[in-house]
Design a protein around this ligand. Structure first.
Ligand code: FPP
Length: 239
C-alpha cells in the first residue's frame, strides 16, 4: 500500500495491484449481536451499514467488481423472523439506492442467485435497481441473494443440457454461470475459514484473507489490510 493521496476529493490509499473482482463473506452478525445481548436482526442491521461503507469504499478505491454474500440458499433454514429481517434490510437498501441513484452514484447494482422464493415486491425493487444502474460505469456491486455456488453450476449445466449439449467445456460453464469474472480475493471476517458455497467456480484461483473481526466491526482499515496483503501475494495460477 502506498502513501495516501488525494483524488476526486476523497482521501484514499493507493494500491499498486487491486483485485479485479473481490468477494466478501459478511459473517459474524449473529455473534456480534449476541455479545451485546441484542437480537440477531440487530447484528444484520449493523452489518448492512458496514456493507454500505465497504461497498462505497470499494468504489472509491476503483475496484471493478465486488460481490457480497448476503443470503445463501441455505439461509432459508433460519428462523422466519431472521429471514424476514434480512429481506427487509435488502428492501431498505434498495429504496435508498433508488433515491441515491437520482444523485451522483455511479455504481452498478446486480443480483446473483435464484429468484424463486423471493417476494414479488423485493424482486421488483431488485429489477428496478439493476435496470436503473445498468448504464453506470463505476464499480459493479453484486449482491448474492438466495445464492449457492453449487446451484449456480448445476443451473449452468442444465441450461447447456436444454440446448442439447452432450459434452461441455470449462468455457461453457464460465459463460453460463452468472456472468462475472474470476474472483481474485475473498475476504471472510469472524474467524471462520471456509468458503460456505460462495463463488465456487469463480474462486478456483482466489486468494483468501481471514480475520477475527466480526462483520459489523469490519472497517475500511480492515479492507486496506486485506488489500495490502493481496498486493504482496505471489499468484502463480498453478504455473
Ligand atoms: C452471516 O452471519 C451473515 C448473513 C447470513 C447475512 C448477511 C447479511 C447482511 C450483513 C445484510 C446485508 C444487507 C444488505 C443491504 C446487502 P451470521 O449471522 O451467520 O453470523 P454468526 O455466524 O455470528 O451467527
Amino acid at each position: 500500500m502506498a502513501l495516501f493521496s488525494k483524488k476526486e476529493s476523497k482521501i484514499k490509499p493507493e494500491f499498486e495491484v487491486l483485485p479485479n473482482h473481490l468477494g466478501i463473506i459478511m459473517d459474524g452478525n449473529g455473534r456480534w449481536a449476541k455479545k451485546r445481548g441484542l437480537p440477531r436482526s440487530a447484528g444484520h442491521k449493523a452489518g448492512a451499514n458496514v456493507f454500505r461503507t465497504i461497498s462505497d469504499e470499494c468504489a472509491n478505491l476503483g475496484i471493478k467488481y465486488v460481490t457480497f454474500y448476503a443470503f445463501s440458499t441455505e439461509n432459508w433454514k433460519r428462523p422466519k423472523e431472521e429471514v424476514d429481517a434480512l429481506m427487509s434490510l435488502f428492501k431498505d437498501y434498495l429504496l435508498e439506492a433508488k433515491a441515491d441513484m437520482l444523485k451522483a452514484k455511479n455504481n452498478k447494482i446486480k443480483f446473483i442467485g435464484e429468484k424463486e422464493g423471493i417476494s414479488e415486491d423485493l424482486l421488483e425493487l431488485m429489477n428496478e435497481a439493476e435496470e436503473e444502474t445498468a448504464s453506470h460505469t463505476g464499480t459493479t456491486v453484486y449482491l448474492a441473494v438466495n445464492y449457492g455456488g453449487r446451484q449456480e453450476i448445476v443451473s449452468a449445466v442444465n441450461k447447456l443440457i436444454s440446448q442439447g449439449r452432450e459434452q461441455i467445456t470449462e468455457e461453457d460453464i464460465s459463460s453460463n454461470i452468472y456472468t462475472y469474472p474470476e474472483c481474485d480475493l475473498i475476504i471472510r471476517p469472524s474467524g471462520e475459514q471456509r468458503l460456505s458455497n460462495f463463488l465456487l467456480w469463480q474462486a478456483a484461483y482466489s486468494e483468501f484473507w481471514y480475520s477475527d473481526v466480526l462483520w459489523p466491526d469490519f472497517s475500511k482499515q480492515d479492507l486496506y489490510k486485506a488489500l495490502s496483503e493481496f498486493e504482496n501475494r505471489n499468484r502463480r495460477f498453478g504455473a
